[in-house]
Design a binder for this molecule. Structure first.
Ligand SMILES: [Zn+2]
Length: 477
């Protein structure tokens, strides 16, 4: 098979075990894999190109692994800047996001997924963990697969409806969103995994995903992980995502949410907990002991006032050996699907909040966005670093862009100076999916105009322009 040589890259940040930073590096791609990564003289001597190979000199480019987003909602992409920005998590979820999601039809969801994948590819994200489809997951799977991106999805499931149905919810929406009990939910989720896990030559995986927290019973939290283990896949859900949720759990059950799940054998290494902001000290040890991963979503914490810098235990989790990845969440929750922004935020939030320049920083932030994210998704044997044998998922940065003029240390420049504006190319599975300012697999102008129309229609149908949509919530209390 003909190989593609990217020779004499100015640098490559490998995120491998030794965290090697190569200068004058060469990458060799064969099919969907990297077959060589190293200093140019060594690679070219050990793997001399043949006449069939294509050779590109890449002197003014730098390479990183593709970014791995450990928490996104692809069905939320049409809700950008719709809800007010004075909402805390519970009002945001129950009175705004749920009515919005309820009016995302099948065709809307397909557009939403393609738009989200487009934003991710443009900002260097090559793999995602999506919370799951609002409709048939086949729609999400096919729409994501068509763009060429890699990722994991599922069916967004819940089984615990509130005792009173709030304003903006319809009976139809409740019936669609809530399964009658955890057993029915788990049957449907098992079928989703059987139908869709391994789609598109394994580029798309399907997990046993549930919404988590108040809208799910304890049995569904615990059962989802057990089912995932039986099926050999993972699961993810929201938990301890805000202070009120933990306080309600404390009041009702005398336990913090993660402790309660741990007491019922609910933690394990095939589980990714989204947010995990309101975590008690001893719960950090529980997560580490069970090998449970966390998806930290810094931009959502800022926008929805979750308190990550005030109560979050992320530096302690890192210290205890918990795998912590980064999530951009949804475009309403956080404002964007850009993992470079999350990397920047996590590098600095805890330095500032605790007045300690040693906390997190550029190197850890970069690893959270790459190899640690891949580890959370149990996909690190193939993703997350630039190493021979791994999938050819990587990002090339244009070093002639103002963001890179001048620089000494590429890692510091990447985390502290760079946005997605200087991304030249994004590759997934050995395919160049973003280059020359456009996503190669999507008709972007047509997608954008359809997205605008559909977004406006959803807002109208969901009644989210009305002045009386609540901005606080006491649901489930
Ligand atoms: Zn979420």
């Amino acid at each position: 098979m003909a190989r593609v040589y990217l020779t004499h890259l100015d640098w490559a940040l490998t995120a491998d075990r030794e965290d090697r930073q190569l200068r004058d590096a060469t990458l060799v791609v064969e099919g969907d894999r990297l077959v060589a990564v190293g200093p140019s003289d060594e690679v070219l001597a050990e793997h001399p190109p043949t006449r069939a190979d294509s050779i590109r000199e890449a002197r003014r480019l730098g390479a990183t692994p593709g970014f791995v987003d450990t928490h996104v909602h692809l069905s939320e992409t049409l809700s950008r800047a719709v809800f007010p920005d004075n909402l805390a998590t519970r009002a945001w979820v129950f009175h705004w996001a749920k009515p919005f999601y309820a009016h995302v039809g099948e065709a809307d969801e397909s557009v939403s997924v393609q738009l989200g994948a487009t934003e991710m590819l443009r900002s260097g994200t090559t793999c995602f963990l999506d919370m799951g489809a609002q409709n048939d997951p086949g729609i999400t799977v096919r729409a994501a697969a068509e763009t060429g991106i890699r990722g994991i999805t599922g069916r967004h499931a819940a089984d615990n409806k509130p005792t009173e149905i709030p304003r903006g919810w319809s009976q139809e929406m409740v019936d669609h969103h809530f399964f009658p009990n955890h057993e029915v939910a788990l049957d449907v989720l098992e079928q989703c995994v059987r139908d869709w896990d391994g789609y598109a030559d394994g580029r798309i995986r399907c997990w046993v995903n549930i919404e988590g927290k108040e809208p799910c019973t304890l049995e569904l939290h615990v059962g989802a992980r057990a089912l995932a283990e039986r099926l050999g896949v993972g699961t993810t859900y929201h938990i301890a995502s805000n202070v009120e949720e933990s306080e309600v759990s404390e009041r009702r059950y005398g336990r913090h949410p993660i402790t309660r799940i741990a007491e019922h054998d609910g933690l394990g290494s095939n589980l990714v907990l989204a947010h995990a902001v309101a975590v008690a000290d001893h719960e950090v040890g529980l997560l580490a002991g069970h090998g449970t991963s966390v998806a930290f979503c810094p931009a959502t914490s800022l926008k929805l006032a979750k308190g990550a810098t005030r109560i979050g235990k992320y530096p302690e989790m890192l210290e205890a050996g918990v795998t912590v990845g980064l999530g951009s969440d949804g475009v309403s929750a956080s404002g964007n699907l850009n993992l470079i922004r999350q990397m920047y935020l996590v590098a600095g939030l805890f330095k500032d909040a605790r007045v300690d320049a040693e906390l997190v920083g550029a190197r850890k932030a970069f690893r959270m966005a790459t190899i640690e994210g891949a580890r959370a998704l149990a996909w690190d044997a193939e993703l997350g670093s630039l190493e021979p044998g791994k999938k050819a998922d990587f990002v090339l940065f244009d070093l002639d862009h103002i963001e890179w003029v001048p620089f000494q240390d590429p890692l510091q420049a990447l985390v502290w100076s760079v946005t997605s504006a200087s991304i030249a190319e994004t590759w997934v599975d050995g395919r160049m999916l973003f280059a020359d300012g456009r996503v190669t697999t999507v008709d972007e102008p047509a997608l954008y105009s359809e997205a605008r129309e559909r977004a406006a229609a959803i807002v109208e149908r969901a009644g989210l322009r009305a002045a009386d949509v609540p901005v606080t919530s006491s649901l489930y209390e």
